[in-house]
Design a protein around this ligand. Structure first.
Ligand code: AMP
Length: 173
């Protein structure tokens, strides 16, 4: 299925100059959502994966569904102050200022093999923070999967040479 027409472009959101790729229109298409999850399920079923990791909030939608499809644990990476037990934190740069993501200290065991999931790869800053958190727990990252990639923003260059799998590209910034 051609996924690109199912993703809505919203110009100037959340601020002028940004072409926001809205995946809610894709989520409204049940067969498309199912095709994405089943495609990833088939891809990762044979890679000895122990857990799926997704970042708040859209990484939960795709990563949670994939974990269910594979019958694997799902590990949430969240914004600060949301996870209730002991956490590790990782700050990262945004276009203006910094942000932080957290993971539970006991979310993964050393040596566990994980796949990282998010909806969209832009500059890569968000996913780089997730990589750093997972590596602090000494887990091994098998691959990183996104639905959408914006190649002009060169996000792959920040992902430490880890294999990256994407489904749709838009040549916009
Ligand atoms: P980045 O850290 O720059 O790779 O940005 C990735 C995160 O921000 C993802 O979780 C996306 O959901 C969101 N994001 C960044 N840019 C866009 C965009 N143009 N359209 C939709 N979401 C975006």
């Amino acid at each position: 299925m051609d996924l690109a027409p199912l993703i809505r472009n919203v110009p100037d959101f959340p601020k002028p100059g940004i072409q926001f790729k809205d995946i809610t229109t894709l989520l409204k298409n049940g067969p498309a959502f199912k095709e994405i999850i089943n495609g990833w399920r088939d891809r990762y079923a044979s890679m000895n994966v122990d857990a799926i990791v997704g970042a708040e909030a859209r990484g939960f939608m795709f990563g949670g569904a994939l974990a269910y499809a594979l019958g694997l644990p799902f590990v949430p990476v969240r914004k600060p102050g949301k996870l209730p037990a002991a956490t590790l934190a990782q700050a990262f740069e945004l276009e203006y200022g910094t942000d932080t993501l957290e993971i539970h200290k006991d979310a993964l065991n050393p040596g566990e093999r994980v796949v990282l999931i998010d909806d969209l790869l832009a500059t890569g800053g968000t996913m780089e923070a997730v990589i750093n958190l997972v590596r602090k727990l000494d887990a091994e990252i098998v691959e990183i999967a996104f639905v959408v990639e914006l190649p002009p923003l060169k996000g792959r260059e920040r992902l430490h040479g880890i294999p990256v799998h994407t489904l749709v590209e838009f040549m916009v910034e």
